[in-house]
Ligand binder design. Structure first.
Ligand code: AMP
Length: 294
């Protein structure tokens, strides 16, 4: 059987808004790769789409701002939304299908049954955003069941998220191969993010301290965990005193499998992760570090 990737008008992606139309579009789609997103697409999402295209006959990008993963005081209402722009970007990347369901389509009833993210889901991002990862894993599980992809691509930018998705797939025996894509950064070092549009020029200049702190930490990896933490904090502490100030939520060096704090004598792979507010914008970033002996 030869797979036929679906396409929309003028060869652009087919935009579908309901599970029924999605299933019909994917009836003969061959190997399917899913890239879950919340839209307001940028270069980081392009990286994921390209990787998806290398692993499948048909690439599906979902665009859904998932209310279940936002806290009551977070930016769900003002999160940037631009489906026409997103569809055009997907067309440039050769995406076959854009799945953009309405909230009521994804959640016709109040969600009663959810995917519990366990202790890993309570650390770092989970501690700052209670319930966030339950919301993430629940929508990812729903998207996997709706799209039934062979593979799904997630960004290393959200390191705890991809670690939890991998763990959900392992723990629940979900038949999906998870592929990680490296973090795309803007030329100044700031990790590309849909939320960067919230930043003024001055806030953006302050926000560069996040990637600088991570780089400083990674450069100290030969000195072990304590040296990494000290080097990263010394950069971030300066930015706390800056104008406008950076207000850190956490800066943590963690075990990549559990997101528990890396022990002082930890050797090998670890994740140095940061979250901070600049003005009202909350930013996250991380780098992998390979810890050597102190
Ligand atoms: P979002 O739309 O922000 O929920 O992100 C959708 C996917 O894109 C997630 O898997 C993110 O990790 C990934 N992503 C977001 N920003 C970047 C980036 N700068 N580099 C690589 N992947 C990213």
């Amino acid at each position: 059987m030869t797979a036929t990737a679906p396409s929309g008008p003028a060869g652009g992606p087919l935009v579908v808004r309901t599970p029924g139309k999605l299933r019909r579009a994917l009836a003969d789609a061959g190997r399917v790769a899913l890239v879950p997103t919340m839209g307001a697409l940028h270069g980081g999402h392009r990286t994921l789409m390209r990787l998806a295209g290398e692993h499948a006959d048909t690439v599906v990008v979902s665009v859904f701002v998932n209310p279940l993963q936002f806290g009551p005081d977070e930016d769900f209402d003002r999160y940037p939304r631009d489906l026409p722009g997103d569809t055009a970007l997907c067309g440039e990347e050769g995406v076959d299908v854009v799945f953009a369901p309405e909230t009521a389509t994804m959640y016709p009833l109040p969600q009663m049954v959810t995917v519990d993210a366990g202790t890993m889901g309570e650390r770092l991002e989970g501690a700052s955003r209670p319930g966030h990862f339950t919301g993430v894993l629940t929508v990812v599980a729903k998207l996997f069941n709706l799209v039934r992809p062979d593979t799904a691509v997630f960004g290393a930018k959200d390191a705890q998220q991809i670690a939890l998705v991998r763990r959900m797939v392992a723990d629940l025996d979900l038949p999906v191969e998870i592929i990680g894509a490296p973090t795309l950064r803007d030329p100044d070092g700031l990790a590309s993010s849909s939320r960067n549009v919230y930043l003024s020029d001055a806030q953006r200049a302050s926000a560069l301290a996040l990637s600088r702190a991570l780089r400083a930490g990674a450069d100290a990896a030969s000195g072990g965990a304590a040296a990494v933490r000290e080097a990263a904090w010394s950069v971030l502490d300066e930015a706390v005193k800056g104008t406008p100030p950076v207000e850190p939520d956490y800066l943590a060096l963690v075990d990549p499998a559990t997101f528990a704090d890396a022990a002082a004598d930890h050797r090998g792979a670890a994740v140095l992760a940061v979250a901070a507010r600049v003005g009202t914008t909350r930013l996250i970033d991380n780098v992998s570090v390979n810890l050597q002996g102190a």
